[in-house]
Design a protein around this ligand. Sequence first.
Ligand code: NI
Ligand code: MN
Length: 226
Amino acid sequence: MKLSFYGHATFSVEVKGKKILFDPFISPNPLAKHIDINSIEADYIFISHGHGDHIADAVQIAKRTNATCVAAAEVAGWLQKQGVEKTHGMNHGGFFSFDFGKVKGVNAIHSSGLPDGSYGGNPLGFVFVTDEGNFYFAGDTALTADMQLIPGWTKLNFSVMPIGSNYTMDVADAIRASDFVNCDTVVGIHYDTFPAIKIDKEEAKRNFETAGKKLLLPGIGETIDI
Ligand code: NI
Ligand code: MN
């Protein structure tokens, strides 16, 4: 599977020829100035929660690409009000089958107000089960024992987890989370964008290595095979 990182919590994967973009926040991110949002293709845009640093570019990219936006029902309804035509509302619960594979909305310990103050429901993580591999996008979350449920649903190939602390898990908790989900390959996100979430990347990688795990920190605009 190919994964492209666009800074903060924004990344995309390609599954069965479908381009799936996550939590688009590019144009307001000074670290992602070199990314042209008009160059990003998407068949689907998954949005973990309503905060601006996860949804800022969703409407613009969805309108240009005609992508289907998948999010908590309240966030999906808000996107409809902004003129996004194709949305799919989910909540914590069972798997839903899309044309690329199936996805389950799972618990994330966080909050989810929308940029204009609208109620955004509960934040979500997503578990993807596809013919080309299985992965977990944790969204913005603290460490939660609920993550231990995930290995009962699928064997993950990789996880995408926040590591920047303050608003989400820090590196130490992400290492514990990777134990909980039984997957030692983690793509770290949600760090360095703001002063409160600056981290020492080399130290973070060393800590994962010491725990017998791999922390991948692709550069902004970099595509990796995973
Ligand atoms: Ni957030
Ligand atoms: Mn965030």
